[in-house]
Design a protein around this ligand. Structure first.
Ligand code: ACO
Length: 435
């Protein structure tokens, strides 16, 4: 009869160990029982970059990278992107179920009434240099919010936690828009409570002298859909940072600021900005084969391609391609689209990319839409951080309420010097001292 266990034989001692498998997985802490002597530390799992290590049990997001599947709380991303609003999906991620009509209208009302920034925070933003990167401004400003909301430290008070989750989701577009207006030298635009989440963001970014901002509905819906697609992605680099910082019981503003820092890197959220730079560098479609050769020679990476988990087409990239068509009907076709399509076509046929299972990821086309809508490339990663805040907070809350959670603290394999003492350092050669 089959048993849910794993048997390991230690060939150093000949001893046999039987460990339980939980949901088909080994608890690596069990390996510590494998020792050659009673005072031996025991065997650890060595897994740099967590290639094969689950750090938690989670009920929020499912990715099946081989089949190109992404689901939030069991719902396929395709259906959510088609039928829901971003704030509906935010509620789903945080609470586990889609909201009823009453819950949704209360939730929207709550978020809408927390969009204002404290005036000290607005002044804080003014202190940044005119050419500061908006991601750096956003990260620092989110960290600064913990100076305003001291109750944020009461992370185990459910109402207080909810209040600060609402504040973060509501104020993220305001801080992002202010960072943008600051870099352009434009006056800040206060939130408008008559508008939806995406429309209000557009209002704070782009309203000039008109008394009321009227958003183009296709563009506002495109931003909402992109927000849905970026809302969560299970244990990615920035979410791992969120959980890690949060595991020390730091307040959520500190943890989100850390997660924003992780997201800003070009191998993670920063890739969308890099895709546009790459398309600029390549220029017309005719230059694509030469660029692909450079990638294959290891001179550069094809930004927006490849994913740690997806080894099949990223389902978000497929939805984004559809959204791009709708946006380009309003704005006109982004001239870089031709180059991007040619890159995708050649890469998907080329052995280098096929054997490594490198497909376009969410960032490959999102930048083209953002640019067509009117965003500068420096804002692209900020546009990722706004919706991902929801995922970070859902994962943070799940972690806090999980009885198995402990402070995140990995082990290491020490490869430095064995014990030595300062007195035994060799005298330097006389000639070396003279030199
Ligand atoms: N262009 C060219 N070659 C690539 C690319 C790429 N974009 N991505 C991976 N490869 C190659 C690697 O060189 C490696 O080749 P090798 O086996 O000959 O050494 C092989 O494919 C495997 O790649 P790894 O780096 O081991 O894959 P990993 O899972 O560690 O990295 C990552 C995933 C970081 C996303 C990587 O594919 C990459 O750098 N892509 C470009 C940046 C990007 O688009 N990031 C956004 C990711 S999505 C997100 O965060 C929202």
């Amino acid at each position: 009869m089959s048993k849910e266990t794993l048997t390991i034989i230690d060939n150093r001692t000949g001893r046999e160990y039987e460990f339980p498998l939980i949901d088909g997985n080994l608890r690596t802490a069990d390996l510590r029982q494998i020792k050659i002597a009673p005072d031996d530390f025991g065997v650890m799992g060595y897994d740099p970059a967590f290639m094969n290590t689950a750090s938690c049990r989670s009920q929020i997001t499912l990715i099946d990278g081989d089949r190109g599947i992404l689901r939030y709380r069991g719902y396929p991303i395709e259906e959510l992107a088609e039928k829901c609003s971003f704030l509906e999906v935010a509620w789903l991620l945080l609470n586990g179920e889609l909201p009823s009509d009453t819950q949704l209208s209360e939730w929207v009302d709550e978020i809408t009434h927390h969009t204002m920034l404290h005036e000290t925070t607005r002044k804080f933003l003014e202190g940044f240099r005119y050419d500061a990167h908006p991601m750096s401004m956003l990260m620092s400003t989110v960290a600064a919010l913990s100076t305003v909301y001291k109750d944020a430290r009461n992370i185990f008070d459910p109402q207080g936690r909810h209040r600060n989750i609402v504040r973060l989701i509501a104020k993220m577009p305001t801080m992002a828009a202010y960072a943008y207006r600051h870099s352009r030298g434009f006056p800040y635009v206060y939130p408008d409570n008559d508008l939806t989440y995406a429309e209000n963001f557009m209002n704070m970014l782009w309203r000039m002298v008109e008394p009321k901002y009227v958003a183009n509905p296709t563009l506002a819906r495109a931003i909402d859909v992109l927000f849905i697609l970026h809302a969560d992605h299970e244990q990615n680099c920035s979410t791992n940072v969120m959980r890690s910082v949060g595991s020390s019981h730091a307040d959520p503003f500190a943890a989100v600021a850390g997660a924003i820092g992780a997201l800003s890197g070009p191998l993670h959220g920063g890739a969308n900005e890099q895709v546009l730079k790459m398309l600029d560098e390549i220029g017309p479609k005719a230059n694509v084969p030469a660029y692909i050769r450079k990638v294959k020679n290891g001179e550069c990476k094809l930004m927006g391609f490849g994913h740690r988990v997806y080894k099949n087409y990223d389902p978000r990239a497929r939805i984004i391609k559809q959204t791009a068509d709708e946006v380009f009907e309003v704005t006109g076709r982004n001239p870089k689209l031709e180059t991007a399509l040619e890159l995708e076509r050649i890469a998907l046929e080329d052995d280098y990319f096929v054997t490594r299972k490198l497909y376009p990821n969410v960032d490959f086309y999102s930048g083209l839409i953002y640019q067509a809508v009117g965003f500068q490339p420096e804002m692209f990663t900020v546009l990722f951080a706004i919706p991902r805040t929801v995922g970070w907070l859902a994962q943070w809350q799940e972690m806090l309420l999980d009885p198995e959670t402990k402070i995140a603290r990995p082990r290491q394999v020490y490869t430095g010097y064995p014990l030595r003492d300062v007195g035994s350092m060799e005298e330097p050669e006389a000639e070396t001292v003279m030199a």
